[in-house]
Design a protein around this ligand. Structure first.
Ligand SMILES: [Fe+2]
Length: 361
């Protein structure tokens, strides 16, 4: 048994203002990493800036993080950083939060080039404060940073474990998120829970997070299908995402995430939707008791009912045969990509999962 989760986490209304001192205690110069629009629309960027200005902390904003940020995008942010950055603040969905961790790693190692990102070594990183504004990534609390590698036409997690020091969750930031973002990110969180539960690294502690969050997830289809938008719904979505982050911090994700990356890279399918499409088939191949346990916790009578709900929320996916064939060969030929899956992974099983999950055209 191993347990490590060093991030201090708060989830409450007006979270940024209430924890101004905790943010300002991180140093004298902050580098804010975010995307172009959502952190401005939901007020999170302004809230953070107000806290920094009131605390006399100097700061610079980099708002050029793209969806599924690439290594090049990270290095662009690194180049723009203040001369002496003490800490990094990531604001937004998974992309800016993952980017903030990669930037913190590069800034703590100014003599290294971008090769450091994927080098397996012990490397320092600057403290990171995370402010999530979507409800799926869990990146506010996980040590993971997933970047797009154009050279390989896919996404991959950095080998470094970069734990944020402070995660500040204000559920009201979800209020301006489009319905599709809520749906896709809520399915991403469900994917984290299912893949963490059915995982070679699962422990009693990781399962404890999964059990609790899966039972909370029972309410999510009703909330999303009926467009219920209030503080209680947002808090539930955010907390499930954080619990799921706690679970995958211990186990990592598994096959559906690995299978999703080429769909996101090649077809620009949103991360949660791409993950969600593979979940029911992933479960069907797993231990029957684990599968039934998950279904009963989140209120589904069968894997088909789960698949129908995911399709209803996120929509069906069509994949060209050539892309499916390439992904199957790639994952089957790389044992690292399937190492967290508790059953044998070969081309036959991967094709089964593919055919059951998407329409191959
Ligand atoms: Fe994910």
């Amino acid at each position: 048994m191993y347990y490590k989760l060093p991030t201090e986490l708060y989830c409450e209304r007006n979270c940024i203002t209430s924890h101004a001192d905790d943010i300002c205690a991180h140093g004298k110069t902050a580098y804010i990493i975010t995307g172009k629009h959502s952190s401005k629309a939901n007020g999170s960027l302004n809230d953070v800036i107000s806290v920094l200005e009131n605390g006399h902390i100097s700061y610079k904003v980099f708002d050029g993080i793209c969806e599924n940020p690439s290594i090049e995008n990270i290095m662009e942010a690194v180049k723009e950083a203040p001369k002496k950055t003490d800490f990094v603040i990531g604001i937004g969905g998974g992309s800016p939060l993952d980017a903030s961790k990669a930037v913190s790693l590069m800034l703590a190692n100014p003599d290294k080039n971008e090769d450091l990102l994927y080098q397996k070594c012990d490397a320092a990183y600057l403290p990171v404060v995370t402010v999530p504004t979507t409800c799926g990534t869990g990146s506010e609390i996980t040590p993971y940073s997933i970047l797009t590698i154009h050279r390989l036409c896919t996404k991959a997690s950095l080998p470094h474990k970069i734990y944020p020091s402070l995660a500040l969750i204000d559920p009201m930031y979800l209020d301006s998120a489009p319905d599709t973002v809520l749906k896709n990110t809520a399915i991403d969180a469900l994917g984290h829970l299912i893949e963490s539960y059915i995982n070679t690294n699962a422990t009693n502690i990781s399962k404890m997070f999964c059990n609790h969050a899966l039972s909370l997830w029972k309410a999510i289809p009703y909330i999303l299908k009926n467009n219920i938008r209030n503080y209680e719904a947002y808090e539930l979505l955010m907390m499930i995402s954080a619990y799921a982050g706690m679970a995958i911090s211990h186990t990592g994700t598994s096959l559906p995430h690995k299978m999703s990356y080429s769909l996101t890279y090649e077809q620009k399918i949103p991360h949660g939707k791409a993950v969600g499409t593979f979940l029911s088939a992933y479960m069907r191949h797993a231990d029957i008791y684990a599968c039934n346990h998950i279904l009963s916790l989140c209120g589904f009578s069968s894997v088909h009912m789960l698949a129908d709900t995911i399709n209803e929320l996120c929509g069906h996916i069509e994949v060209p045969y050539s892309l499916a064939e390439k992904a199957v060969k790639d994952i089957a030929g790389d044992s690292i990509k399937s190492r967290n899956c508790p059953y044998p992974v070969n081309e036959e099983i991967l094709w089964d999962i593919y055919k059951e999950s998407v329409a191959i055209i």
